[in-house]
Write a protein that binds this ligand. Structure first.
Ligand SMILES: [Zn+2]
Ligand SMILES: [Zn+2]
Length: 358
């Protein structure tokens, strides 16, 4: 049987083509993909070939051409022989991680930091980068990474579980407490998901800062208490201080990835405040350790996610309407490049674009 897929061959070379549907291995299930979200890392993979396996990946033994896509949800249509926890018809959000399951990091439960998941060519341990991903009609995934959704859970929201899990992991790492004030640097999808998750976790007031007025309008509709459009870190801190009666925020999430936004985050936390870095910086930033030290602050990072998908599913389930607002467009597979990757790279009205496969 043949199916249509978006296949990445390398930098700026994505082809919509027919490929064979293969049977799931014994520990896999076959998903009929309903939706696959497009994200910033897909744009880098497409524009620069970033993180794409060019040589055979150590864990999957695969390399480009590969099916693109790592944010997807669908329905189980076939079971591998050894699969026991899922049945045909189950709705699934896929955790697209490739990990060995045997190294120290994996055995400690930190499979997002698997020591064997990054290839010598820097290829990432994710479906869509070192194995076939979700931009195909039928995708085989490991049973352990196929997370069952509640039976009436909409599958477009299912495609948000992966990116929202990045925010959930960061909020868990921040140890946010009810009543905390929060600053979020960057109102892209991860910043917006962080906004929704900190609100769900009981944050008091959430300030979000971005240069795009379109993104701030979306943040406003998602319940941000103050939206700021401030490039200068010192002016940002003045505004944050004014809003918080000179206390600063308890936690600042850095979801933008620039030196100025990191400075603004560090400047804007109050005594014992925490800065949580989620963004992957394009260049190595310097950190004002002294400024942070003098207020007893801490700097944390949060990379990907591990063991959080069930929590994320529960949070989205309780806040379906808000999460749906982050979806700004649904497109067909044939338009993944022009109306997906290229549009997302230039149009700040877009937050999460989903490719609809069925
Ligand atoms: Zn992503
Ligand atoms: Zn490992």
């Amino acid at each position: 049987m043949a199916q249509t897929a978006a296949v990445i061959y390398g930098k700026q070379d994505i082809r919509i083509q027919k490929i064979a549907v293969t049977d799931p291995l014994s520990d896999e299930v076959q998903i009929k993909v309903a939706y696959n979200g497009i994200c910033g890392s897909d744009i880098h993979e497409y524009q620069d070939g970033m993180d794409l396996a060019i040589h055979k990946h150590p864990l999957t033994n695969k390399c480009a051409p590969l099916v693109l896509g790592h944010e997807f949800a669908g329905t189980v249509v076939k079971l591998g022989e050894k699969v026991t926890s899922l049945k045909i018809g189950d709705r699934i959000a896929v955790e697209p991680i490739v990990a060995c399951g045997r190294c120290h990091a994996c055995l400690a439960g930190n499979y997002n930091l698997c020591e064997r998941s990054i290839g010598k060519d820097n290829s990432a341990g994710f479906l869509g980068f070192c194995a076939d991903g979700g931009l195909e009609e039928y995708c085989n995934v490991k049973e352990v990474f196929a997370h069952k959704l509640p039976q009436n859970f909409p599958l477009d929201l299912g495609a948000l579980v992966e990116p929202a899990s990045v925010a959930v992991q960061a909020v868990l790492r921040s140890k946010l407490q009810p009543g905390d004030d929060v600053l979020i640097q960057g109102a892209g999808p991860i910043g917006l998901f962080t906004l929704l998750v900190v609100k769900a976790a009981g944050a008091h007031r959430v300030i979000i800062n971005d240069l795009s007025s379109q993104r701030l309008a979306l943040a406003d509709s998602l319940g941000a208490d103050l939206t700021l459009q401030e490039k200068d870190p010192n002016l940002l801190t003045q505004k944050v201080n004014k809003f918080t009666s000179n206390q600063g925020v308890n936690i600042a999430f850095e979801c933008a990835g620039f030196q100025t936004t990191l400075n603004g985050a560090i400047n804007s936390v109050g005594k014992n405040g925490k800065v949580v870095v989620i963004a992957l910086f394009g260049s190595i930033p310097s950190v004002d350790v002294r400024g942070l030290l003098k207020k007893g602050g801490s700097l944390l990072t949060s990379y990907g996610y591990a063991n959080v998908f069930e929590r994320t599913i529960n949070i989205i389930d309780n806040h379906r309407d808000s999460f749906r607002k982050v979806i700004t467009k649904k497109i067909s597979l044939g338009h993944v490049v022009d109306q997906g990757l290229e549009l997302l790279a230039k149009d700040k009205h877009q937050a999460k674009i989903l490719v609809q496969l069925e």
